[in-house]
Design a protein around this ligand. Sequence first.
Ligand code: HEM
Length: 226
Amino acid sequence: MKIFSRYTPLQIAIHLYAWSAIAWIIFELATGTFSINPIQELEQRTGRHAITLLVLSLMCTPINTIFKWSEPLKRRRALGLYAFLYATIHVIIFVDLDYGLAWSLIVQTVLQKPYIVVGMTTFLMLIPLAFTSFDIWKKRMGKNWKRLHQLIYYIAPLAVLHFAWSKKGDLFSLSGDIIRPLIYGLILAIFLIFRIPVIRKALASFSPRRLTLSPKKESQPEVDTP
Ligand code: HEM
């Protein structure tokens, strides 16, 4: 089929995975099997999909370092933009479906719940990254592009903090639904450790062989590594 020669398996997998959350929600709504608390369920699912895509986008550099497989670097932008799309839907659900655009109530809730302040900070920081993720901005901004996009290393831990805090569990006694955010936190910590130059160098020298999983000829990544 033509689609398989135009797109690599990784590209297809990323697009399918990214749209799967919306497709699944539509399927459950259509078949009447959606949650009895639909707004909360929508808020939680879009939030989880956003953070998963964000963490996946951070996996690309370590995968390239360890396996010398450069294709994930080219897919990072798509993963980041999908994360932003789901974060935007998540925020729209909060302000519109949950709070019916009652701005004074929204401000009151934000002030009362610090985890929402963290979520908002995360979202506001994601906006410039999403809008400048295109090649034209990379050329225009030069070195500043890389500096700006390094913000992702602050954004991702903030998103995990927002996730964990929203669960109202106790981290020390591991009570409440804290396990899932903890797993995200651990995965993220591992990726961030991979960023430490000494560890990165060690991994690069240890890495086995160059992977060529893509049907297209592998070239050096066209995306800068922040
Ligand atoms: C203005 C920005 C944001 C607001 C107002 C907001 C609001 C909320 C609220 C109210 C919840 C709790 C839902 C519930 O359990 O009842 C929540 C959970 C969550 N949010 Fe956000 N959020 C924001 C930004 C973000 C961003 C940028 C991300 C990720 C990139 C994110 C990821 C999550 C996750 C993963 C959860 C937990 C889902 C679960 O319970 O399984 N949020 N958010």
